[in-house]
Design a protein around this ligand. Sequence first.
Ligand code: SAM
Ligand code: SF4
Length: 462
Amino acid sequence: MGYFVFPNHYPTLMSAPALIKKYNVPAPRYTSYPALPHWNNDLSAESWENHFKRSYQEFGESDGISLYIHLPYCESLCTYCGCNKRITKNHRVEIPYISAVMKEWNMYLALLDKKPKLSGIHLGGGTPTFFSPAALGILLNHIDKTSIRAESFEFSFEGHPNNTSKEHLHTLAQFGFSRVSYGIQDFDLQVQQAIHRIQPFEKVKEVTEQSRQLGYDSINFDLIYGLPHQTLATLYTTFQKVMELLPERIAFYSYAHLPTAFPAQKSFEAYLPDENEKRKLYEQGKIWLEEMGYEEIGMDHFALPGDPLLVAKHQKTLHRNFMGYTMSPSKILVGLGCSAISDIHYAYGQNEKSVELYKEKIIAGSFPIIKGHVQSPGNLEIKQLIMSLICNHRVSWKGLRPLPGELLNQLMAFEKEDLITIEEEGLAITAAGKPFVRNICAAFDPYMQSNKKAQPLFSKAI
Ligand SMILES: C[S@@+](CC[C@H](N)C(=O)[O-])C[C@H]1O[C@@H](n2cnc3c(N)ncnc32)[C@H](O)[C@@H]1O
Ligand code: SF4
């Protein structure tokens, strides 16, 4: 573990302000390609079933299924939050919701002639730890009885530090969970008040220590830069507290400001740092993380040496899906629960967002998918290029169709700005180009190029 010091001067931006201004435009985060707003919605329930069966036949036996389960409830609203959640203090909602998720899983099981192989479970939200350990136990027990665990499996969950109990940790550990991600965001009280999320350090410390005692060998903290009232001084204090606990992984997210979709974000708009201040928070934060011993995995993600995700990065075997970076090569990610997204290689699908409509569809016995996209061979080719850029910061187009002239011109412009180096039939993103990886990916994305003016659905790239 290293030491880090507060800079005695305001650091100079590594990225030129002119470049930040030019490229701080809406762009996808590329957890999928095409990005969700560009899906063609050409999917019928019947074709979803057929694509799932085909994918499982081709990849299921070797890679297994990775399950994402969306658990949407939270007791109180954090005003910065851009997730799909339902705020309530009524815990009677737990069992009916869990029953709907189990029925949805049964619908997938009915399409297979034997128990599927399971390579991963991720409980996300909302707040999975809103649910009692007993309710989570019912769900996990059902999944356990109806599937076969892959030899190497990864079970993880998102926990709110304020309501993750020892019983939660114990119950989940018994089902094989060994990874937990805690939402921290920031330890400064003024920032916490502005985002309506009071979260004492002592509570985070207690739950982190309990997780370690109960065998969780990978703890992640979510932190955000660009929040209201955040300055280098507040970030420094937050990082000092992070250093005391030294989680194996850190997600250092760029605050995504989308007040049209999430109106509560308007409450603190006047106190947000500007784009250059925000960039400085990231650049200085990254220096501090590196001084603490962390290494950057890719966009927004850091880990301590020896972490399997970092090893995968070095071995160039990193993957990316809707949950972010992953080591799982599984080509079948099934999302259960309201708003959950599935990527079954040949198609994408997103479930009904509202809890009520989701449950109605399940009760009626139909897949609750409301949006979808069937992948063309061209889509799959571009997906491979973009995922390589995001995971490895380089790409080769050897053996693929020649790149269109417009894209080559754009790449030459990036090279002039020192953001990339063009190689024979490929490119590498330079250190100066890494902050602009979303923009570089967008150049390969025909959906982004065909309608440059109307892209309000994405958060800004920097
Ligand atoms: C579902 S929450 C985590 C679990 C739990 N609900 C909690 O808050 O502790 C997922 C993560 O998304 C990130 N997040 C939510 N809204 C965001 C936003 N507007 N910009 C950037 N990150 C955001 C936060 O870091 C948060 O921890
Ligand atoms: S950040 Fe987490 S706890 Fe807060 S509203 Fe969003 S999902 Fe719920």
